[in-house]
Design a protein around this ligand. Structure first.
Ligand SMILES: NC(=O)c1ccc[n+]([C@@H]2O[C@H](COP(=O)([O-])OP(=O)(O)OC[C@H]3O[C@@H](n4cnc5c(N)ncnc54)[C@H](OP(=O)(O)O)[C@@H]3O)[C@@H](O)[C@H]2O)c1
Length: 297
């Protein structure tokens, strides 16, 4: 069945790809940017969604610059918790499905093996706390909800919160400016292409298995390993080194290990993710050059 989909945060890195995925599926898509809707304000949310009356609301909006959230935790809560609550109230009113995107940063990273949906969250910072509060509001206020936690996104559209450059683009830019790069190998994530996540959201929207989902590419790596793979695939000549401990001291506490296992997607036979390496290879497909790679650690 073709559906009407309202995408909140449609100008963002993920939002753009969500719009593309549902459009390619033949659905009617209403892309809503920050100009069209203010999630913090119930009046704005109500006016826009009452008029649109979508079958599905995808929330890809957030305040997710970690340092900004720490500086202004009230705004982080307003955008990341009250915002989703407002959307959940409207979804419930309209009988719509709410698909809300959350984060691996709800965990503290102490587990050291992939987190499953049943693991207890314990956020280390204001961003993670505000996103966890958003999840709780959604799960309590909207019967037909999907809460979708993901990790380390990158895509062809700029990340609005991080000034435009994702990690892949940043590494490639720096490699043109420097002969040597130092990257930490003490933080473990699963780099996930937004195009794949958007496709997964589209697939999930067709199921009625509502609930909490982990949704990342398969496998995991440190940021250093991710950088090494980026340079290897693109044959980039760069002296890549492991940054010394405390070389880049974090301003805000972050989980050291925030790898997620897509256990619920797999249980429902709905997991479409490839490995993070395959996803990266596809993303970089256009960029492969013939320069030899020189690496050391
Ligand atoms: N990026 C990552 O590595 C990562 C990792 C894990 C989870 N996530 C989650 O993935 C989701 C999408 O992230 P992204 O990288 O696509 O972010 P993004 O590029 O920064 O996009 C966020 C979008 O939300 C909009 N927005 C912000 N505040 C709003 C408000 N108060 N009302 C309405 N719209 C608002 C922004 O519009 P303006 O820019 O015009 O304000 C922007 O279009 C978020 O939920 C984030 O928490 C991201």
């Amino acid at each position: 069945m073709k559906m009407k989909i309202a995408v909140i945060g449609a100008s963002g890195q993920l939002g753009n790809d969500v719009v593309a995925a549902f459009s390619a599926n033949g659905d009617t898509v209403l892309p809503l940017t920050h100009r069209d809707i203010e999630v913090m304000e119930i009046d704005s949310v109500s006016r826009v969604l009452q008029e649109a009356r979508p079958h599905v609301i995808v929330n890809a909006s957030a305040m997710h610059h970690v340092e900004n959230c720490e500086r202004d935790p009230q705004k982080a809560l307003a955008v990341n918790a009250i915002g989703p609550r407002n959307l959940a109230l409207l979804a419930e009113d309209l009988g719509a499905i709410l698909m809300h995107v959350s984060t691996d940063y709800v965990f503290d990273g102490a587990k050291n093996s992939p987190y499953v949906e049943d693991d207890a969250p314990n956020p280390l910072n204001a961003y993670g706390t505000s996103k966890l509060a958003g999840e709780i509001f959604v799960r309590h206020a909207a019967k037909k909800h999907f809460v979708i936690r993901t990790s380390a996104l990158y895509g062809t559209n700029p990340c609005r919160a991080k000034g435009g450059l994702n990690f892949v683009e940043l590494m490639l830019k720096l490699s043109k400016e420097r002969d040597e790069l130092r990257v930490v190998d003490s933080e473990f994530v699963t780099p996930t292409p937004t195009a794949e996540l958007a496709q997964q959201i589209c697939v999930l929207s067709r199921s009625d298995c509502y609930g909490l989902y982990h949704a990342t590419a398969e496998g995991s790596c440190s940021w250093h390993e991710f950088a090494r793979e980026i340079f290897a695939i693109t044959n980039t000549l760069i002296n890549l080194k492991v940054a010394a401990p405390n070389e880049f001291p974090a301003k805000v506490a972050r989980p050291r290990y925030s790898v997620l296992e897509n256990r619920t997607l797999k249980r429902h036979n709905l997991n479409i993710f490839k490995t993070w390496r395959e996803g990266l290879y596809e993303y970089l497909g256009q960029r492969v050059k013939s320069r030899p790679v020189r690496m050391s650690s």
